[in-house]
Structures are given as structure tokens and as C-alpha cells.
Design a protein around this ligand. Structure first.
Ligand code: NAP
Length: 292
């Protein structure tokens, strides 16, 4: 039995889709959900539903009972995440889970000095808890979802012709969420991944200078990239009424990229997929080709 947490979220749902496509029977898949009403599509597939909340240890022990392999999708509440994740690892151990596959985080700087420490801290703690658990574990060090690039560009990027982001000349090896999910499904449905740490990053990293060039080519409009200071950027976003939490995260990712922290490339995803992951040029073409 494989249990997928975060199954009502985009990553977890996509992993279940790929497991089913690979021929894993829905009766061998369990989806952990907080709210069964959000899981109608999973129910239609015939996937087993179990309810549980990372905040509720007992609910997790009950949900994890009888599970061999657990895909632990990291939670979305950055403030409460450390305690939640400790609950998941301890509950898995108590319930007798054999192997946990965990979606972690990828950046060069894994210290408090990183502008992404607010995101990284709970992931790094979770990696330690997994190592200490005595269970088999596989750590997926996930880069930025490429799907998020349009959010960094802003919805009016083609109209304004400006990319405004404090990412300097830094690069990121972003990968599509669905391709990370497919690679994860391939790990869950095969053996010999215990003790391994995979870097879920692309073969090539890109900068926002390159994004601007691709967007200009795709749309036929001049798109310029301006890299303000982090303070200027935060002030501008504040002026547009963007909530402080979002500003913190967007600035953190952009500054980490400017510092070269996200410029990590590798072939793990390519090997797991059996093909190169989608390039930024191809992704931008899919998203913006109708904006000509
Ligand atoms: N690599 C990246 O660029 C990137 C970007 C954003 C996030 N992430 C991380 O990757 C994870 C998966 O991404 P995603 O796109 O699938 O996010 P998502 O769509 O927001 O899904 C998050 C999932 O976690 C579940 N969840 C949240 N809190 C929970 C709790 N207390 N107990 C049980 N389940 C809980 C949610 O359940 P509900 O449906 O009930 O809310 C949802 O199913 C995120 O949660 C985050 O940790 C990575």
C-alpha cells in the first residue's frame, strides 16, 4: 500500500495520476486528505481515502496503519510546519510504515544566512528527523516549480513589457511540478531508492534575462528585465497592496536566485523521467504564445 499525503493538493494529486497511469491499482493507493469533500476526483478513481491532519498526531497514526510506503508531501503552513512534520515522521514510525519519500527543498545555502531560511528550516529539520527515525527514507530535494515563474513575472508582464524582480543575473534550475510528480511516481513504483537523496532540478538553469529574451521572441513585443534592490522591490509590491507574507517569499526566492543559491543543475530528473525535463523556453511558449 502506498499512501500519498497532500493528495488534494496539486503535487500529491498529480503523483496519484501518474501512479494510476503506470498501472498501480487504485486499491493499492491511499490518499490522505483533510476534507473528503475536496477529494471527489480521487474517490471517482477508486483510490482509498483516509482523513488526517498534520496537526493531529493520533489521526496520522490511524491513517498510516497498514501502509508500507508513504509519500510525505511537505505542508503549506510555513509557520506551523516544523511541528506538523515531526508529527508525520513520528506517527509513521508508530504506525509501522517502512519507507518515507519526502518532498524537501533545494538551495546551495542550508544555513540561517539564506534568504530562504524561513522555507528551508522546517525541511532541513524534517530531513534530520527522517535520518534519525530508523525508517527507510528517500529525500527529494525539490527546486522551484517552473509553474511559478508566471507568478514572479506578474500577470501584466506582456502589457507592461517589464519583468521587475530582484534576481540579478542569478539562475534557477526550475522544473515543472508535473514532471517532479512523474519522477516521484516512478520512485514510488520501483525499488532501490532507500537512503537516496535526489536533486529534483533541471539540466540547465536560466536567468530572468533569458526569460525576457524568450518572452520577447514568443510575443514579438520588447520585454525588458529590471532588477531592483530587494528593498525597492518590497516597497513597490507593498504599494500595490500585496500581502507581506507573499512579498517575503517572492523577495526571498528572487534574492536567493541573485545570490546563485538556486543555480543547481543535475540529471536526476532526466534519469527518472527517461527524457529531459521541459525547458523554460518551451514552457513560456505554452503559456504565452497566445499573447502575441
Ligand atoms: N518547489 C516549489 O516551488 C514549491 C512551491 C510551493 C510549495 N511547495 C511545497 O510543496 C508542497 C506541495 O505543493 P503543492 O503545489 O501540491 O501545494 P498545494 O496545492 O498547496 O497542496 C498542499 C497540500 O498539503 C495539504 N496540507 C496542508 N496542510 C495540511 C495539514 N495540516 N494536514 C494535512 N494536509 C495538509 C493540503 O491539504 P488541503 O487540500 O486540505 O489544503 C494540500 O493537499 C507544498 O505544500 C509546499 O510545502 C513547493
Amino acid at each position: 500500500m502506498i499512501l500519498v499525503t497532500g493528495a488534494t493538493g496539486q503535487f500529491g494529486k498529480s503523483v496519484i495520476d501518474f501512479l494510476l497511469k503506470k498501472g498501480i491499482s487504485s486499491t493499492n493507493i491511499v490518499a490522505l486528505v483533510r476534507d473528503e469533500e475536496k477529494a471527489a476526483a480521487l474517490k471517482d478513481y477508486g483510490v482509498n481515502l483516509r482523513t488526517g491532519d498534520y496537526n493531529n498526531y493520533t489521526s496520522l497514526v490511524t491513517a498510516f496503519t497498514g501502509i508500507e510506503k508513504l509519500l510525505f508531501v511537505s505542508g503549506s503552513d510555513i509557520v506551523k510546519r516544523s511541528g506538523q512534520h515531526q508529527n508525520v515522521v513520528l506517527a509513521a514510525k508508530e504506525a509501522g510504515v517502512k519507507h518515507i519519500v519526502y518532498t524537501s527543498f533545494l538551495a546551495k545555502d542550508e544555513t540561517e544566512n539564506s534568504p530562504l531560511w524561513i522555507v528551508a528550516e522546517s525541511h532541513l529539520k524534517t530531513e534530520s528527523w527522517l535520518r534519525e527515525s530508523g525508517l527507510d527514507y528517500t529525500i527529494l530535494k525539490n527546486t522551484l516549480y517552473m509553474d511559478l515563474v508566471p507568478a514572479f513575472l506578474g500577470e501584466s508582464v506582456v502589457e507592461t513589457g517589464v519583468i521587475y524582480l530582484p534576481a540579478g543575473n542569478g539562475k534557477v534550475g526550475a522544473v515543472l511540478r508535473s514532471e517532479m510528480a512523474e519522477a516521484t511516481a516512478n520512485i514510488l513504483s520501483s525499488d532501490n531508492h532507500a537512503g537516496k537523496i535526489y536533486q529534483f532540478t533541471s539540466n540547465e538553469a536560466f536567468s530572468y534575462h533569458e526569460v525576457a529574451q524568450h518572452l520577447s521572441d514568443i510575443t514579438g513585443k520588447a520585454i525588458n528585465y529590471i532588477s531592483p534592490t530587494a528593498n525597492e522591490y518590497a516597497q513597490t509590491l507593498t504599494g500595490y497592496g500585496v500581502p507581506a507574507d507573499y512579498i517575503g517569499l517572492f523577495t526571498g526566492f528572487a534574492v536567493a536566485q541573485a545570490n546563485g543559491e538556486l543555480e543547481l543543475v543535475g540529471s536526476d530528473v532526466e534519469q527518472l523521467l527517461g527524457r529531459k525535463p521541459t525547458s523554460i523556453k518551451s514552457f513560456l511558449n505554452q503559456v504565452y504564445s497566445t499573447s502575441k
